[in-house]
Design a protein around this ligand. Structure first.
Ligand code: UT7
Length: 333
């Protein structure tokens, strides 16, 4: 068995900054409310005609490959996590394969919402461990702003979500002491409707595309914020502690925790539960909002650029979101 190790990280965010002040002009909200309830000051929204989900992913992947010092021609598998693909089908993985000018390498799309990157990394890890592939790009990329309802009705979601992309190159390593140690994944579909975008769903009573206008309410995302929050604050610390304990570590052994950036209050709660000092937990929600599958790889890329990841550090990625789905990856950097 081999080990897989992250050898490159990268991210890309659109240039267009949307501040809380701007949102306050479009809906009944305020910088104060958003900051106090979510910790977000600004987020990036895509520029139509310039940014696409696969294009942003390609930029993030190019950065990751450059950092790893591995040419794109050596990539032999793509795992693409997104809930906002450019097209209803085909998935964004093939568009990324094309954008990067790769040969006919396989491309797998993953739809596990805020846990998409954690799920994707676990899949890539299995392929590398078993000797099938050597270099796998795992990417999370989202354009969520185009589906947000910026009227008062949609304000609870519109202020939280942002656009962007993050990627890692996962590489086969023969050094047993470093790399991904374990992944734990969960889902509970009993809560599927608590954070949902129903259309264009296929099992709908009406013909789905033509009737989107009629079913306007269901073509907008819905979140039962309080319910999601309650589950998030339970699941995040629970699965993080579980993966540490399962692998013989305590919370004190952790060098860096990178949680999905859902809400600063949630991140602070995890930090409290795990009694982590500020420098051991990553938060960038203030600048990017919640970018769903892209949030962990963006945070990871920023942490790497800032020199917060040292060889042999014990690093945990942890996520919770729609589905509900949640999970963690544990690694020796
Ligand atoms: O990505 C993973 C999944 N997502 C999450 O983990 C997000 C989890 N949930 C949350 O982060 C929070 O529930 C929210 C940030 C969405 C909402 O914060 P909250 O503290 O739970 O607020 P609330 O929904 O209980 O609403 C409190 C009040 C309500 O007014 P009343 O009924 O008290 O008069 C809302 O109508 O705040 C109002 N409100 C707003 N006010 C100004 C809701 N959204 C806004 C807004 N601006 N944008």
């Amino acid at each position: 068995m081999y080990k897989s190790r992250i050898t490159g990280t990268g991210h890309y965010v659109p240039d267009r900054i949307i501040t809380n002040e701007m949102l306050s002009q479009w809906m009944d909200t305020s910088d104060e409310w958003i900051l106090e309830r979510t910790g977000i000051r600004e987020r990036r929204w895509f520029e139509p005609g310039k940014d696409t989900v696969s294009g942003m992913a390609a930029n993030a992947c190019k950065n990751a490959l450059e950092l790893a010092g591995i040419p794109a021609s050596q990539v032999d598998f793509i795992v693409f996590a997104t809930i906002t693909p450019d097209y209803y089908f085909p998935g964004s993985g093939v568009l990324l394969q094309r954008d990067l000018g790769l040969g006919p390498v396989p491309a797998l799309d993953i739809r596990n919402q805020c846990s998409g990157f954690v799920y994707g990394l676990s899949v890539a890890d299995q392929y590398i461990r078993s000797g099938v592939y050597k270099n796998v790009l795992v990417v999370g990329s989202e354009i969520q702003s185009s589906a947000l309802d910026i009227s008062n009705e949609g304000r609870a979601m519109a202020v939280i979500f942002g656009d962007g992309a993050g990627a890692v190159l996962l590489t086969r390593s023969e050094d047993e002491s470093r790399g991904i140690l374990d992944s734990i994944l969960y889902s509970d579909g009993n809560f599927a409707e608590e954070l949902i975008l129903k259309d264009p769903g296929s099992s709908r009573p009406l013909r789905r595309i033509e009737d989107l206008a009629v079913q306007a309410a269901e073509s907008k995302p819905f979140m039962n914020g309080n319910q999601v929050f309650r589950h998030a604050v339970q699941r995040f610390p629970e699965v993080t502690l579980e993966i540490l304990q399962k692998n013989g570590f305590s919370k004190e052994d952790l060098n860096l925790l990178i949680p999905h950036q859902a809400n600063l209050r949630i991140t602070r709660y995890i930090q409290e539960q795990l009694t982590l000092p500020e420098e051991k937990i990553v938060s960038n929600i203030e600048r990017f909002g919640n970018t769903t599958a892209a949030s962990i790889p963006i945070a990871l890329s920023e942490a790497n650029l800032a020199g917060r990841l040292k060889p042999n550090d014990l690093v945990c990625l942890t996520a919770f979101g729609s589905g509900f789905t949640w999970g963690s990856n544990l690694m020796r950097w």
